[in-house]
Design a protein. Structure first.
Length: 151
């Protein structure tokens, strides 16, 4: 279920709140291969299922940056700010990849609103996004994502 804020001004009252979870997404070899094609990163651990069977994970793994990029798809499932002219992905303060995402795994994101600061024309929100692996003990990715919501 999406947490909806009526305006950027409403975000400040929610600092420290967990905003919810996205849907689960399966990480397929096709998705991994498309990311490899888009970035030019064709390392065998990502794109060669046969060789990866003998590797450290027994299968291919998603690129860390693929997992990070998925947060742009998953975060809007968690939080929406209305009455804005636009929302802008401003960057990230910190990114970590504690655990690999093996091919065939499912991931989802959870989000916590960590800070809200005024910027010209709106606010900047720091949202800590944690990408979980279904059945995993460690997250796949933790990112302090910065979003600007402009009025």
């Amino acid at each position: 279920m999406t947490t909806v804020f009526a305006s950027p001004a409403d975000l400040e009252a929610a600092v420290g709140d967990h905003l919810g979870y996205s849907d689960w997404v399966e990480i397929t070899q096709d998705r991994i291969d498309l990311f490899a094609d888009a970035t030019g990163d064709h390392q065998w651990i990502h794109t060669d299922p046969e060789r990866a069977q003998a590797g450290p994970f027994g299968t291919t793994i998603a690129h860390g940056y693929l997992t990070l990029a998925l947060t742009n798809m998953l975060l809007p499932q968690i939080v929406r700010v209305e009455n804005i002219s636009m929302g802008v992905n401003y960057g990230a303060d910190k990114v970590r990849f504690p655990a690999p995402v093996t091919c065939g795994s499912r991931v989802r994101a959870g989000a916590e609103l960590a800070a809200v600061d005024p910027v010209p024309g709106g606010v900047q929100a720091k949202i800590v996004v944690t990408v979980e692996i279904d059945g995993g003990t460690k997250p796949a990715c933790v990112v302090e994502s910065l979003s600007r919501f402009l009025t």
